[in-house]
Design a protein around this ligand. Structure first.
Ligand code: GDP
Length: 372
């Protein structure tokens, strides 16, 4: 009993929303939220306990922690923020690789082969997915089939499918926080897999050290709907399925893409993006790609670009986080929501312009903020 009380006291002390004894309850604190938070905390481990579990490499606790990071409940977010803070000093020590390509290009087969090769070298691998399709269609391109069968049961690997809800920006933030938790759990190699359909690549590019684009040979179309911008972001393009009858076509495609890349300016990393062919059924072709990723890491660590890119990414994410928070506060404000409906009607019936409506809402929001 005494022990429980001690625990409860400790929890109160750790809580970010506690009120100092003797101080007046500030108006900004929502009693309901405090109650909910206490209730939640009573039946869950503390962030410190999660942190301990994560540091010990306990993947069950890691999974639960990621679920909290992904949750949109304010109590969970509060909790996750504390946990991420604890993990942050223990993060950053992995090689983060983004792997993208259209559905069917062979991403999961490639990752399975590459992942198993990396695990043989005694590394610990986490594969995280970002899947922009899941939000729109309710279904998921990445999650539908049994993927990476051997990797998923390997004791030193951890596979986490895409968070299923939220805006792309929100999903990206959650993935970034998940990277931090995985690194604190001792994963030294992180893959971020995404479907190459356009929106998510910029996000992924902003959270990885190396960006690998997988492409098909001779699919008939010029660039398989992969926009120039995505090719420009790639540190390497790998033409997949270079086996059997497809080998020659893969080589032709390789040369074509190589020529296309020559037209781009030399990137600030000093690394000229390469185009290679590979087959997931020939592990040596896949592992050669990994050797080149390591070559890239050595080069950019030496010339300072590796750290520069990470610092720039941190700055970018600071702004993304602010944008997300401002956005949420504005759009979830009950007064704004009510007024917005009314103004939307007026914009539709052409009583006012969209700019006028926006200005009215912004001014209203400013007043509401001042009143706080
Ligand atoms: P994803 O949708 O990009 O994850 O693609 P998958 O990894 O699921 O692969 C799609 C199909 O291509 C599957 O039927 C695979 O067996 C096949 N595939 C994947 N990699 C290769 C490869 O290197 N060579 C050949 N011939 N087929 C492959």
């Amino acid at each position: 009993m005494e022990k429980d009380q001690g625990k409860e006291k400790r929890r109160e002390k750790e809580s970010a929303i506690r009120v100092q004894k003797g101080a007046d309850q500030p108006s900004g604190i929502n009693d309901e939220a405090v109650k909910k938070y206490r209730k939640f905390r009573k039946k869950t481990r503390s962030p410190e306990e999660y942190f301990e579990g994560i540091r010990q490499g306990n993947t069950m606790i890691l999974s639960q922690a990621i679920t909290l990071v992904e949750s949109s409940l304010p109590v969970h977010q509060e909790f996750a923020a504390r946990l991420v803070e604890l993990c942050l000093p223990h993060s950053g020590h992995s090689i983060r690789t983004g792997i993208t390509g259209i559905p069917g290009v062979g991403k999961s087969t490639f990752i399975e082969t590459l992942g198993l090769g990396i695990l043989e070298q005694d590394h610990r691998l986490a594969v995280l997915a970002i899947d922009p399709s899941s939000e729109r269609s309710g279904g998921s391109i990445l999650g539908d089939k049994t993927r990476m069968e051997q990797l998923s049961v390997h004791p030193r690997s951890f596979i986490r499918p895409s968070p299923s809800a939220g805006s792309l920006g929100g999903v990206a933030r959650k993935t970034r926080e998940t990277i931090i938790l995985c690194e604190a759990a001792g994963f030294d190699t992180i893959f971020i897999e995404t479907v190459g359909v356009g929106q998510s690549e910029t996000m992924v590019h902003s959270m990885v050290d190396f960006f690998l684009l997988l492409m098909l040979a001779g699919a008939g179309d010029e660039l398989q709907g992969i926009k120039r911008g995505i090719m420009e972001m790639a540190d390497m393009i790998a033409i997949t399925k270079a086996d059997g009858n497809n080998r020659d076509r893969a080589e032709i495609a390789r040369r074509e893409y190589e020529n296309a890349l020559h037209l781009f300016p030399v990137p600030p990393s000093g690394w000229l993006p390469r185009v290679v062919t590979c087959s997931a059924f020939k592990p040596d072709t896949v592992m050669q790609i990994w050797d080149q990723v390591n070559e890239y890491v050595s080069l950019t660590r030496e010339n300072g670009y590796f750290d520069f890119r990470r610092t720039e990414q941190a700055r970018y994410w600071m702004h993304e986080f602010i944008r997300e928070q401002l956005n949420n506060r504005f759009y979830h404000h009950p007064v704004i929501r009510e007024k917005m409906e009314e103004l939307e009607r007026q914009v539709r019936s052409k009583q006012i312009t969209s700019f006028q409506a926006a200005r009215i809402l912004m001014e209203l929001y400013e007043q509401l903020e001042k009143k706080k």
